[in-house]
Ligand binder design. Structure first.
Ligand code: B12
Length: 522
């Protein structure tokens, strides 16, 4: 049995962003906590965000949300043997690196294990740029448990408390699938671990170790806040290979779904335990197989839990037909996001989206017929994009506005480590791991694109900004004029503090900012 403390680091925010991207409950860390506890270890959590959800401090171009690094280190207990740190977003690498340095400085006797999308996308970089001891790559539960089993038996053989843990990791981690560490000053990236075969064996997230209610109370949730919110995960991975997405490297193209009944059991448990009634799925793409989504929605309808659920990170549209849309609506499904990325077939081909125009608009028709809230995600400025491509996206946005979907989100492309496009840009010497590149994901939400965040190589930041607004305009003037009740509904919700769409969420955040500013002035 090891004493392990898992850390959810402070978050970076972009104080000038149009949209307020804020952290939410760290699902990955909660899963790892549950598996380590099931393996018999003593696990506790230091949640820098949950412990100080209202503390934001300006830090150059960004703001930090949560405890200070010093406050986190103070919370590491004297008998702790291992610290695990999660990092989902490369844009917050600087604060994660500072945390690793501070922990190793204060507690050289503690092993520091990192995990999450960032470490999986950039293992060598993270090992060279920080004193971290070992990184778990990809799906983390089994790797974390195996890592701790080996470390514990190695520790037991040490006559004296070991020092220089980083230099000696290879003594116990050699050949361990799914990890990366340093050996004689050079990174060793072991073979990746196979994906978990029976994901229903993975214990549910250990939310009892987190201040769940604090996240809901401070609106640190993702998606539309229809009510008391808890994240949930029903599937892992995605069978597609889009060039801008890290999933093929992180999860392989194996898409695995949990037993639908067990997902509903977990939802029911949160209804009872936390009074939750709103469930944003954290799945990369939950709707891939029709039989699974039909079984899931049917089970929810039969249990009649009076909840809402949604897919804020998007989903594929190929199997969303009349039957599926009707079941989604009746089971409390409220908000779907489709991610065509571009109206240009050439761009969808270039990024390997494999989404046909016909599939998207058939799914939109079906979902609208059953009054589902729908948004569409578009991205501008992929390497090589042309004005002609952007014009196609404007056309699609106009068409979707006419049809009556609720919202569009139009972002700018940014390179993500561990993706095909990132590797290509790197080979061309155009993806240096600078602070600007890493922060791009949160700065592309600014009112205009900055040159340092423009990776299109063909179009100026000014042109891309212009076409973003052309797309937003093409959608919203039709959405409001051709569907006049919308404006009144949004106004009504704004006054009542209610959210039913992305626009409502955006308005609530604007309202909050306005009153916070006014209170600060008073
Ligand atoms: C849900 C999701 C969102 C949600 C909210 C996420 C959140 N919690 O804040 C929304 C829709 C809001 C969102 C927004 C964005 N997202 Co997003 N999102 C995801 C998504 C689809 C799932 C994340 C998830 O919960 N996975 C499920 C859990 C179980 O997996 P996990 O967290 O990876 O944890 C496992 C392992 O990583 C590991 N592990 C994790 N922590 C630890 C710790 C230790 C010690 C160990 C041993 C192991 C370990 O074990 C865990 C269990 O197996 C991922 C893609 C994906 N992975 O599928 C993208 C992803 C994380 N998002 C990404 C990005 C870029 C963004 C945006 C910046 C996009 C944008 N410009 O708007 C914004 C930023 C939002 C913000 N808060 O700042 C990128 C991040 C890439 C990177 N390297 O930085 C990803 C990878 C998408 C992609 N394919 O490229 N996102």
């Amino acid at each position: 049995m090891l004493r392990i403390q898992l850390i959810h680091p402070p978050a970076f925010l972009n104080p000038t962003a149009l949209t307020a991207l804020r952290p939410s409950l760290p699902l990955g860390l909660a899963y790892v906590a549950a598996s380590l506890r099931k393996a018999g270890h003593e696990v506790s959590v230091i949640d820098a965000v949950g412990a100080a959800p209202e503390r934001t401090v300006r830090d150059g171009k960004v703001a930090r949300l949560g405890l200070t690094i010093e406050q986190i280190v103070e919370r590491i207990t004297p008998d702790t043997q291992v610290v695990g740190i999660t990092s989902m977003f490369t844009y917050s690498w600087r604060v994660v690196r500072e945390l690793i340095e501070a922990v190793k400085r204060a507690r050289p006797d503690v092993l520091v294990l990192g995990g999450g999308e960032h470490f999986t996308g950039l293992p060598e970089f993270s090992l060279r740029e920080s004193p971290i001891d070992i990184c778990a790559l990809g799906e983390g539960e089994e790797t974390a448990v195996e890592c701790m089993r080996r470390y514990e038996s190695w520790l037991a053989k040490q006559n004296t408390p070991p020092t220089e843990l980083r230099e000696r990791v290879h003594e116990w981690a050699d050949g361990l699938p799914g990890v990366a560490y340093m050996k004689a000053g050079e990174p060793v990236i072991e073979a990746r671990r196979d994906r978990v075969r029976d994901i229903d064996e993975i214990p549910n997230p250990a939310w009892d170790l987190f201040e769940v209610a604090v996240y809901d109370a401070n609106r640190l949730v993702n998606g539309i806040k229809f009510g008391v919110t808890m994240p949930i995960l029903a599937t892992r991975g995605c069978p597609y290979r889009c060039n801008y997405c890290s999933s093929p490297n992180m999860w392989t193209t194996k898409w695995v779904a949990r037993d639908a009944k067990l997902v509903v059991d977990e939802i029911e448990h949160y209804v009872r335990t936390y009074g939750a009634n709103n469930f944003p799925f954290q799945d990369l793409t939950a709707i891939v197989r029709k039989d699974w989504i039909v079984a899931f929605a049917t089970e929810l309808i039969e249990r009649d839990l009076k909840i809402t659920w949604q897919l804020p990170s998007g989903t594929r549209c190929e199997v969303v037909d009349d039957e599926v849309s009707s079941l989604l609506r009746r089971s409390g499904g409220r908000s779907l996001n489709f991610a065509p990325e571009s109206g240009s077939e050439a761009v969808r081909k270039k990024v390997r989206k494999q989404m046909k125009e016909e599939s998207l608009f058939k799914a939109v028709d079906a979902a609208l017929a059953h009054k589902l809230n729908i948004s569409a995600f578009f991205v501008m400025g992929f390497p090589g994009d042309t004005v002609e491509d952007l014009k196609q996206t404007v056309k699609w946005a106009g068409r979707l506005g006419r049809l009556g979907i609720d919202d569009v989100a139009v972002g700018f492309y940014f390179p993500i480590p561990g993706t095909t496009f990132f590797r290509e840009l790197e080979e061309q010497g155009k993806a240096e791991l600078t602070e600007d590149l890493m922060l791009a994901p949160i700065f592309v939400h600014d009112s205009k694109l900055r040159d340092e965040h423009n990776y299109s190589q063909t179009l100026s930041s000014r042109t891309l900004t212009y076409w973003r607004y052309r797309t937003v305009y093409a959608f919203y003037w039709r959405a409001f004029l051709l569907h006049p009740t919308r404006g009144f509904r949004i106004l009504g919700n704004l006054l009542r503090g209610r959210e039913e769409s992305k626009m409502d969420s955006f308005m609530q955040i604007l309202k909050e900012r306005f009153f916070t500013k006014r209170a600060a002035k008073a």
